[in-house]
Design a protein around this ligand. Structure first.
Ligand SMILES: Nc1ncnc2c1ncn2[C@@H]1O[C@H](COP(=O)(O)OP(=O)(O)OP(=O)(O)O)[C@@H](O)[C@H]1O
Length: 246
């Protein structure tokens, strides 16, 4: 795909959750285009459909109507197996809960997705170490999650999301479990990855301070996009050292 082709094109996406006789329209004909290299924040009141947007546009969840194309491929025209494979190849995920394997070291957690798609162990380890270094954790590769701070654990999950060199990273409240200083470090890292390496990121957040840091902010209400704002984000003064004092 050349960089002029949008990375993600979602059109008319509807998602209806049915629980017994109750149906909730979580996405109500949503249209969204994301270009390569964008950092897009998604805000909106509780229940407006932010997590559903992330789950449906990444193909983690099915949709009831509409179309989602990522990297030129129609997500819902492919089989479940093909969609899973496409997701593993093109997407990385960061959630509020870290979901790291407690008995694995940071390096083992990060190399796991590569091993699962058949990358040779030596290559997987090499890339895991390089990616941990990129997120400022080159000095913590043998640590287990319980031996790391919350911010460090979230940086391990970011490394795990990045190690397969995904076209797009989906992040759902990535700073939701962190105190302000650690949340700042994680946001610094995501902004740097976007600005310096052109990593495309879609990030759901409740936090207005985070919303103020993204170059593009979309707002949802009742399953629709109600605002799409391109905002000037000044280069930050580097106040936080993500290397943790290496
Ligand atoms: N699995 C489900 N079954 C039934 N209804 C659901 C399900 N998941 C979400 N919903 C409903 O869909 C709507 C959108 O939910 P969603 O979680 O996407 O909102 P959100 O904006 O992410 O909310 P929050 O900010 O509180 O996390 C809500 O009305 C929610 O109650």
């Amino acid at each position: 795909m050349n960089s002029h082709t949008p990375l993600l094109v979602a059109s008319g996406v509807r998602k209806i959750y049915r629980a017994g006789s109750v149906a909730v329209t979580a996405l109500d004909g949503l249209d969204l285009t994301v270009r390569h290299g964008e950092l897009v924040g998604v805000m909106g009141p509780s229940g407006s459909g932010k997590t559903t947007l992330l789950n449906c546009l990444s193909g983690l969840d099915d949709i009831d109507a509409g179309r989602v194309e990522i990297d030129g491929h129609d997500l819902f025209a492919m089989s479940d197996a093909a969609r899973t494979e496409h997701r593993a190849r093109t997407m990385g995920f960061v959630f509020q809960s870290f979901n790291l394997i407690p008995v694995f070291s940071a390096a083992e957690n990060v190399e796991l997705p590569l091993l699962l798609v058949g990358t040779r162990p030596r290559e997987a380890r090499h890339r895991a170490l390089a990616t941990l270094d990129r997120v400022g954790l080159g000095h913590r590769v043998e640590h287990r999650p319980s031996e790391l701070s919350g911010g460090e654990q979230q940086r391990v999950t970011i490394a795990r999301a990045l190690v397969g060199r995904p076209a797009i990273v989906w992040a759902d409240e990535p700073t939701g479990n962190l105190d302000t200083a650690m949340a700042d470090q994680v946001m610094d890292l995501l902004c740097d990855l976007n600005r310096e390496e052109g990593q495309t990121i879609v990030l759901v957040t409740h936090d207005a301070a985070i919303g103020a840091r993204v170059p593009r902010l979309i707002r949802m209400r009742d399953g629709r996009l109600v605002e799409d704002l391109h905002q000037h984000v000044p280069e930050r003064a580097r106040v936080t050292d993500v290397s943790g004092g290496r």
